[in-house]
Design a protein around this ligand. Structure first.
Ligand code: ASP
Length: 332
């Protein structure tokens, strides 16, 4: 009979050291506001986004999120945000429920509340991306859902994933964030991308210039956050005041859908246009960005200028959203 004379001691799992990996802090979390992102978390997302870029360029897709489902629920129009979330999920091997082509075709048009729609979608999915016209709606949805909710724009409130991709783009284009002079142009009052990006930038050593018509100035609460952060900040009505020194020109559309008085919109809608003539006085390595869609703020003749980064910015959105989905779904 072959009996081992001496068995080796049982492996003692209790003696294992505590794992040092603490995760990225985003797993199972909602993404509602940029205030959830400190510089450490931003660096994490940016480096994961860089990996996602490599992955897509090398092999196109992976099966990291195979078997997971994303519900995309959009109560407002979208091209880039919805398409990039869908593409991100599919490139990670997951599936998508796309309610993006108008909630009028869903039970929302029958009068279903946001709460009930969210509680329904969470039965089928692992994460919900929500765009809604009301400020605070993403938080309301998150309060009802047991699965993570990602804010894809809550009215004129925030658009955190856009701000992440904007900041990532600045870093990719110019190699740094600290020390830059960043000018934001256009509808600073209603532009949620401006609100989120400005809030993120308060964590960095940057100078900010805000260029808008009087009625579209940055809301005071956000301006106060900028001032409290000790940032060098100025406001003006004229792009020509800032373009010579700017490292980044972040141009935005006047948000027609937020105006109650359309005559007021008409007054300010054509206030700015970035033209080749204006570009001629800008720095050679300045970067022009725009969250898009543009409706006349940047002349088409600027598109061939190597400083025009807005379509590279769009692509970066996919990498950032891949990184975010993987993190939220625990594939850090
Ligand atoms: N696409 C961006 C947003 O959803 C910018 C815009 O619509 O002007 O906020």
């Amino acid at each position: 009979m072959l009996i081992k004379e001496k068995l080796p001691p049982l492996f003692n799992f209790d003696a294992l050291p505590e794992p040092t990996y603490t995760g990225n802090g985003l797993t199972d979390q909602d993404v509602i506001s940029v205030s959830q992102f400190d510089t450490e978390r931003l660096d994490y997302i940016f480096s994961r986004a860089g990996e996602m870029r490599e992955l897509v360029e090398r092999v196109g897709s992976t099966d990291l999120l195979r078997g997971r489902v994303l519900a995309c629920l959009f109560y407002e129009p979208s091209t880039r945000t919805s398409a990039s979330f869908i593409s991100a999920m599919e490139r990670l091997g997951g599936g998508v429920i796309p309610i993006t082509q108008g909630v009028q075709f869903s039970s929302v048009s029958k009068g279903e509340t946001l709460a009930d729609t969210i509680r329904t979608l969470e039965q089928f999915s692992d994460v919900i991306v929500l765009r809604h016209p009301t400020v605070g709606s993403a938080q309301v949805a998150a309060d009802y859902a047991a699965i993570p909710v990602i804010n894809a724009g809550d009215g004129p409130g925030e658009h955190p994933t856009q701000a992440l991709l904007d900041l990532f783009t600045i870093k990719e284009e110019l190699g740094r964030i600290n020390g830059l002079k960043i000018a934001m142009v256009g509808d600073l009052r209603y532009g949620r991308t401006v609100h989120s990006l400005t809030r993120l930038l308060t964590q960095y050593d940057v100078s900010l210039r805000f260029v808008s018509p009087e009625i579209l100035r940055l809301p005071l609460t956000i301006m106060n956050q900028v001032i409290d952060a000790g940032i060098d900040v100025r406001e003006t009505h004229d792009v020509a005041d800032v373009i010579k020194n700017a490292d980044v020109l972040y141009v935005t559309r006047v948000q027609k859908e937020r105006f109650t008085d359309l005559a007021q919109y008409e007054e300010v809608k054509n206030h700015y246009e970035i033209t080749p003539e204006l570009m001629a006085i800008a720095k050679q390595d300045m970067v022009v960005m725009h969250p898009l869609p543009r409706v006349g703020e940047i002349h088409y003749a600027v598109d061939d200028d190597p400083r025009a980064a807005y379509f590279r910015q769009v692509r970066n959105g996919m990498y950032i959203r891949m990184a975010l989905l993987a993190a939220v779904l625990g594939k850090a």
